[in-house]
Design a protein around this ligand. Structure first.
Ligand code: NDP
Length: 434
């Protein structure tokens, strides 16, 4: 704590995991003997670098780039790149740390990493985005590789950015190392169903939670936050399963559409026009737009799917959701609920699906993309989607069983942390002290 006292998000993530690992340490003294906790909490390395780029007016800008290579016991470092002005070392470390256990939970051979930059993509032209991505990769390339570290997208990094990053990597390396990045365009090294994977995976995870409670998505009212990649495809799959999704949001405000979000309109606004969510009401006059994104949690729902960003649900929002009758909360974003909110959910009998388990579908399909790249084969959409659904099912059952085994039946936070951790800890033991 002393070493990282200024890294609020990282400490929050570490605290959440460590608290839930207490029962594991009680049963496994070898982890204490080999100082596993201290070894796991210190990243293998943190790379930080200057990114210099020119805007359309020929002004020169400098941003900071990061790559945190946290742990590669289970496989090459793997985790997304985030371009957002809030990016700093603490946020990179929290995301990379969580990624270790999430990736371990997927059962795929991938370690934990994360990266990004404090670059703000909002309002930038396409050529500015391209120049930034090229400048970013001009430094990053020396630290990554298909067997070393495999970045992907995250907030502010979608298919377009991955395309520019991939092109630059290829030019510098002079080789078609497709497995170096995931989230590439299908037909150009990318996997079908990767774009949909995190949102679909989240809904497949909730499907399992509901199944255990003898419930389904049919006719449930669902509140979703965000309107990016994760949110859009969570909405799509929830609607396919018969739910009525009534909200979405961006960092400025939220939409409440009591008759159900019109997905075609949402895609048109976000994926085609790149507009703000406030414009939704121009297409759907019965919908209401309200400024302020956290207000989305005041809308009554059966199932809440936070899919925007970290700490978007605090204790107050959690209490509002509970008093409005929410039954299930599952995290599409990374760490969207703060510790107080998680405790509110757990203490009030709400079924709670933590990010590490519930949003692991994206990285799981990224690992499937790596497998396809290595074998030079492309699977069909249905093949990938089928594998994704099975992976989410097994993440759910492993998390549930780990919670039961260590005396926390029904607590998927503890279960997911333990199931993810034990595999990494045992791997560390086999590698000896280093
Ligand atoms: P996108 O960039 O596609 O979308 C992010 C969405 O969140 C946008 O609607 C954005 O609104 C909103 N948002 C961003 N910052 C804030 C904020 N401070 N307050 C409220 N809303 C905000 O990102 P993704 O959909 O890819 O990622 C969303 C979350 O899911 C992140 O936590 C990410 O780490 C996590 N995740 C993503 C995966 C993936 O495969 N993409 C995999 C696993 C987790 P605005 O346009 O106004 O910024």
């Amino acid at each position: 704590k002393q070493k990282n006292s200024h890294q609020v998000e990282f400490l929050q993530a570490a605290e959440e995991i460590f608290i839930s690992l207490v029962p594991v340490f009680e049963q496994h003294p070898e982890y204490i003997e080999h100082n596993i906790l201290s070894r796991i909490v210190e990243p293998d390395r943190i790379i930080s670098f200057r990114v210099t780029w020119q805007d359309d007016q020929n002004q020169v800008h400098v941003n900071r780039g990061y790559r945190v290579q946290f742990n590669n016991v289970v496989g090459p470092y793997k985790g997304g790149l985030r371009f957002h002005p809030t990016v700093n070392e603490s946020i990179m470390k929290f995301l990379a740390f969580e990624q270790i256990f999430k990736n371990s939970l997927t059962g795929q051979p991938i370690g934990g990493g994360k990266g990004g930059s404090d670059f703000n993509p909002k309002g930038k032209s396409d050529s500015e985005i391209m120049r930034f991505c090229q400048a970013f990769m001009t430094e990053l390339y020396r630290h990554i590789g298909p067997d070393v570290d495999v970045p992907a997208g995250d907030i502010g990094v979608g298919g377009r950015e991955i395309g520019y990053l991939w092109g630059q990597y290829k030019r510098i390396r002079g080789a078609y190392e497709a497995g170096v990045l995931t989230g590439k365009q299908p037909g150009y090294g990318g996997s079908l169903a990767r774009k949909e994977a995190t949102g679909y995976g989240l809904v497949y995870f909730v499907e399992q939670m509901l199944l255990d409670a003898n419930e389904t998505f049919e006719d449930k009212i669902v509140a979703v936050s965000g309107s990016g990649n994760v949110a859009i495809y969570a909405i799509e799959k929830a609607q396919q399963f018969g739910a009525k999704v009534v909200t979405c949001s961006d960092s400025s405000g939220y939409i409440y559409d009591p008759t159900g979000i019109d997905l075609e309109v949402l895609k048109e606004i976000k994926e085609v026009k790149g507009d703000r969510i406030s414009t939704y009401v121009n297409y759907r006059p019965n919908a209401v737009y309200t400024e302020g994104c956290t207000g989305v949690w005041s809308i009554p729902c059966d199932i809440a799917l936070p899919c925007a960003t970290q700490n978007e649900i605090n204790g107050d929002s959690a209490r509002t959701l509970i008093s409005n009758g929410v039954k299930v909360v599952a995290e599409g974003a990374n760490m969207p609920s703060d510790l107080e909110a998680i405790n509110e959910f757990l203490n009030n009998g709400i079924l709670f699906g933590p990010a590490k388990a519930a949003n692991a579908g994206g990285v799981a399909v990224s690992a499937l993309e790596m497998a396809q790249n290595s074998s030079r084969i492309s699977w069909t959409f249905d093949e990938v989607d089928g594998k994704l659904r099975n992976i989410m099912k097994s993440i759910y059952s492993e998390s549930k069983e780990a919670a039961e085994k260590y005396g926390y039946a029904g607590n998927l936070v503890v279960g997911a942390n333990i199931a993810g951790f034990v595999k990494v800890a045992n791997g560390l033991l086999t590698e000896g002290v280093y």
